[in-house]
Ligand binder design. Sequence first.
Ligand code: AVI
Length: 339
Amino acid sequence: MRPASTKHWPLGQDAPAPAHKTTMPEPRFLQIRQADAEAERDAARRALMAPRATIAPRYFYDALGSLLFEAITALDEYYPTRTEAAIFARHGAAMAQAIGAVSTMIDLGAGSCAKAARLFPLLEPAHYVAVDVSVEFVRDALRRLQREHPHIEMTALGMDFSASLELPAEIVRGQPLFFYPGSSIGNFTPDEALAFLRRIHDRAQDGALLIGVDLVKPRQVLEAAYDDALGVTAAFNLNALRHLNRVIGSDFDTAQWRHVALYDAPASRIEMHLQARAPLCVRWSGGQRRFAEGERILTEYSCKYEPDVFAALLRDAGFGRVRCWRDDADAFAVFLART
Ligand code: AVI
């Protein structure tokens, strides 16, 4: 027998929610359109035609590229992700104490939101803002997270934050904590990094920045991290060509290109390139470029810092108080910078 309170509803219709049931909060999704698509295509074509051809690192991250990056973070050779996670696990409580109350946690390049979520029990932010290039990158993760943390207000903000940090005024409340883990700051040149840190500083008001930074270390360790034995990083790099083919209609053939990762010690940076295996010509509507055998396209810098050099960069950007936590091997550092 059915319990007396149970009623039947016509097939395909939902029963009305019982009056006592509280509704689950939903995250907000805001997409901010910046550069228009034609301007982006134009910039990509001009970068290919430059004397030293380049492809912007953002072309790594289509759907497949994002999966390949996730795979990179699980590689034995790629130490940054697990080392940073260990620093947060060991020193997270001390960081939280130094940070104090967090009204808004702004996660730049949030992706799966996993790194921020691990800090929720310690930081207890009132409002979590997951910023990524597209809200689609964070939609599922944020919905899941909202169910697990119904008391935290959640917003997804789709914007290219590397170009502009003009956040909607209603987003930044009280003392914000900007969160920029993973040493993504290394993908800017030091000059670009300084300009980016200044923009964060100017928007942080009385708040703070918690940022992960990869440190200088021996060449063999660095080059292995960016040229792993399984070839996952090679696939990640080559996939940028497939992405670019879709965006500008070029005819790059990935089989004609080789992944190259080199450490430039004087500049303290890994450089990723794609190198032509033979003389070849790449065509797109309205243009073409010939490449000699061995000629390279620069796809990414990944700058590594000495801890005191990065601390000085934070101070140059205007941050007054800087603290740093590292792993025992000094492979990676997490800095807390206050305005
Ligand atoms: C996203 N960024 C911090 C990575 C890095 O280490 O520079 C991107 C990457 N490129 C190759 N492997 C990982």
